[in-house]
Each structure stands twice: as structure tokens, then as C-alpha cells.
Write a protein that binds this ligand. Structure first.
Ligand code: SAH
Length: 226
């Protein structure tokens, strides 16, 4: 495990995601080349960090597959300076990739990522991973129910949900800024889920179905199991 060239592995994975048409935008490609996924997976799984597959974190939860992180970042159309809300911090990896795009080092007008995690141990895990990889000033991890959003920091330019909801939580639509984009998987726990996009323009909402996906269930007040 100790002699793996993680940087070379990362390049190989990013090239594969470009070749398969998943990665398209310069800013997303740059971010995925920079963020060390091996620092966000549990220690004993480091050797699998650059396989294009979800990996377990703890409590039956997962860190999404790299192609899903890439796809969702592409759909979000992220820009430097964006204020982003993520529901489902998990390992903190996806939040770090988003932070790398909206708040690259040295920019005069950095954005910020707020990420909410329901499971206390995972919120701590994400925080620790973001600290050791130097994202802690660009990402704020909050332990709580993300289906309620984060009214004190709203509105958000972009909102991303990384667990599948029974329907789109009302507070998230309310907390989306004018011109904002929300990406969320909606469907049954563990099957028959569709990734949906909501765009808000002057209080008008436009809904699109993007593709079929499989995510762990979103819990909390507007999730499964209340
Ligand atoms: N984005 C993560 C992967 C998240 S998996 C990463 O990059 O690693 C989905 C996560 O959503 C799980 O950790 C789960 O505990 C969390 N979750 C489920 N319901 C939630 C809720 N209502 N609020 C916040 N987090 C929630």
C-alpha cells in the first residue's frame, strides 16, 4: 500500500473520466486532479481510492464514485465566488472538490462551501479530512438535518444533495438564490432514483430529469423515516 503513486493514479482516473465524456469542464478537471481522494477514504481502503466506485465510510454510508462527483459538479455549473450548500458531507471529498472550484487558492473573490451531515461521527470524519488537506477555511461542516437547509446563511447560489430524497425538500427550494441551481437525487431508498435539477429564475422554477442514479437514502424531516 505504501508504494502507490497516488498522483499518477489520480491522473489516470481523470483521463478515464475525460475519455468517457463524464468530465468536460476545465475547472472540474483541475479540481479532480488536485483533491487527494486517498485522504478522504478510510485508511484500509486507500489502495482503492482511484477505482471508479463508491467506497464505504461508516454507519452503512458511502463516499460517492468519482464519476458521480464529476457529473454532479458538471451539472452544478460552478463558478469562482459561489456560495454552495451540500447535504450529506460523508467523507468531505465532494465538498473539497467543490471548494477547489469556487474558492481556488489565491483568488480575490473566493466562494464558500457549507456541508451538513446528519451522523455526528461522519461530520467529525469530514472535518478531520478537510483539515488535513487544507480545505478547512473554505468548507464549513455542520452536524444536523440538512433537509432543513441552513436559513442563517441562505440564499445559496448552488445546492447539492448527495443522498436520495422522497421528494425535493421545500426549505432547499426556498433557500436557492435567484439564478441558482439545485441538484438532487429523488426516488425510493436504494433503487429507482432520478437525478433532478431545479433552476430558479426570478421566482420561477424549472425542473429537469438528468439521469438514473443510486444513492443512500436521505433521512431527516423531509427525508425518509422522518
Ligand atoms: N458527499 C459525500 C458522500 C455522501 S453519502 C462524500 O463526498 O463522501 C450521503 C451522506 O448523507 C451520508 O453520510 C448520510 O449520513 C448523509 N445524510 C443522510 N441524510 C441526511 C440529512 N438529512 N442531513 C445531512 N446528512 C444526511
Amino acid at each position: 500500500m505504501t508504494n502507490i503513486d497516488f498522483e499518477a493514479e489520480r491522473k489516470r482516473l481523470v483521463n478515464y473520466l475525460i475519455k468517457t465524456g463524464v468530465l468536460k469542464s476545465e475547472n472540474v478537471i483541475k479540481a479532480m486532479l488536485k483533491v487527494p481522494r486517498e485522504e478522504f477514504v478510510p485508511k484500509h481502503l486507500k489502495n482503492q481510492a482511484y477505482e471508479d466506485t463508491p467506497l464505504p465510510t461508516s454507519h452503512g454510508q458511502t463516499i460517492s464514485a468519482p464519476h458521480m462527483v464529476a457529473m454532479m459538479c458538471e451539472f452544478l455549473e460552478l463558478r469562482v465566488g459561489d456560495k454552495v450548500l451540500e447535504i450529506g458531507a460523508g467523507s468531505g471529498y465532494h465538498a473539497a472538490v467543490i471548494a477547489e472550484i469556487v474558492a481556488p487558492e489565491g483568488t480575490k473573490n473566493p466562494g464558500h462551501v457549507y456541508t451538513i451531515e446528519l451522523i455526528k461521527e461522519l461530520a467529525d470524519f469530514a472535518r478531520k479530512n478537510l483539515e488535513k488537506t487544507s480545505y478547512k477555511n473554505r468548507v464549513t461542516v455542520i452536524h444536523g438535518d440538512g433537509t432543513l437547509g441552513l436559513p442563517e446563511y441562505a440564499p445559496f447560489d448552488r445546492i447539492i444533495v448527495t443522498a436520495a430524497a422522497p421528494s425535493i425538500p421545500k426549505p432547499l427550494i426556498e433557500q436557492l438564490a435567484d439564478g441558482g441551481i439545485l441538484i438532487i437525487p429523488v426516488g425510493e431508498p436504494h433503487f429507482s432514483q432520478v437525478l433532478k435539477r431545479v433552476m430558479k429564475v426570478k421566482d420561477t422554477l424549472k425542473f429537469d430529469d438528468l439521469c438514473d442514479v443510486v444513492f443512500v437514502p436521505l433521512r431527516g424531516k423531509y427525508g425518509w423515516l422522518g
